[in-house]
Design a protein. Structure first.
Length: 272
């Protein structure tokens, strides 16, 4: 109950938060552009236009959703500490776990609203141009839920950095480095290792596990077209089973839980 009170207060504050407005605007704008661009290609190829739009949105979301999650949360603790409101919050009869969970629920709701707004525009444009018959509603629902899981992981990472850095300026720099490492440099490193390995032990035994260990890659694979996933799995041989749906779900579920637990442990050590 106390967590819900904190969440309500955070949502009231979020209404004046520049990052919230930016997140909603970015998701809406990019979804419109990708839907319109994908619709033209779908008409030429005879493919479900919503599937084409989802594939494009997935590629964008791998970069955008982690960034939004980090921007929403990087000053959640350090910002309050600098403004002096954290000491006041800790005088209330609330545990630190309740405070953190309230913030998490509020920021997850903000992210859910941004993602839902963007996907609603995608659906509306697709139905307007192509009609509602035969659209991939299951893929759309999967994209929404996995987007929340991916965002939740990076929201919790933002809390962890905010609690450890305790200074907003430092925290903002660290989360940018984490974002670059998780969604850009990690994949480049895997690609370089694959090229160097030339189809050897790393490619077949280690790469599949490293691929799903990153929540961004697990999200990407879960929302790829089935035929693309089949090609990837066949190229990995028997070890392709490591990149199965079950492992992807475990990765997306485990990361938010683990990072939120670490953030709570770091928050407990802060003395106002």
């Amino acid at each position: 109950m106390h967590s819900l009170t904190i969440a309500r207060l955070e949502l009231l504050l979020a209404r004046r938060n520049m990052w919230v407005a930016t997140a909603v605007l970015l998701m809406a704008l990019f979804n419109i552009v990708l839907t319109l661009a994908g619709g033209a290609a779908a008409g030429n190829l005879g493919v479900d236009p919503l599937t084409v739009a989802i594939s494009s949105i997935t590629t964008l979301s791998v970069y955008l959703i982690p960034l939004i999650g980090l921007l929403l949360s990087f000053d959640a603790i350090s910002g309050e500490a600098e403004r002096g409101t954290l000491a006041l919050s800790l005088t209330y009869p609330l545990s630190r776990g309740e405070i953190l969970m309230g913030k998490f629920l509020a920021h997850l709701l903000v992210l859910a609203f941004a993602v839902a707004a963007g996907l609603a525009l995608t659906v509306g444009l697709t139905i307007w141009k192509h009609g509602a018959e035969g659209l991939a509603w299951g893929a759309l629902g999967r994209l929404f839920l996995t987007s929340l899981a991916l965002g939740a992981a990076f929201i919790a990472v933002g809390y962890l950095i905010s609690a450890l850095a305790r200074q907003t300026g430092v925290a903002s720099g660290i989360v940018v480095v984490i974002w670059l490492g998780a969604v850009v440099l990690y994949d480049l490193a895997l690609l370089g290792a694959l090229v160097a390995d030339k189809g050897g032990f790393f490619t077949h035994e280690i790469f599949p596990w490293l691929l799903v260990a990153n929540p961004a890659d697990a999200f990407r694979i879960m929302n790829m077209p089935p035929e693309t996933v089949s090609v990837l799995a066949s190229g990995l041989g028997a070890a392709g089973a490591a990149a199965s749906k079950a492992m992807q779900l475990v990765s997306l579920a485990l990361w938010p839980a683990l990072t939120l637990a670490l953030a709570w442990a770091a928050f407990r050590r802060i003395e106002p």
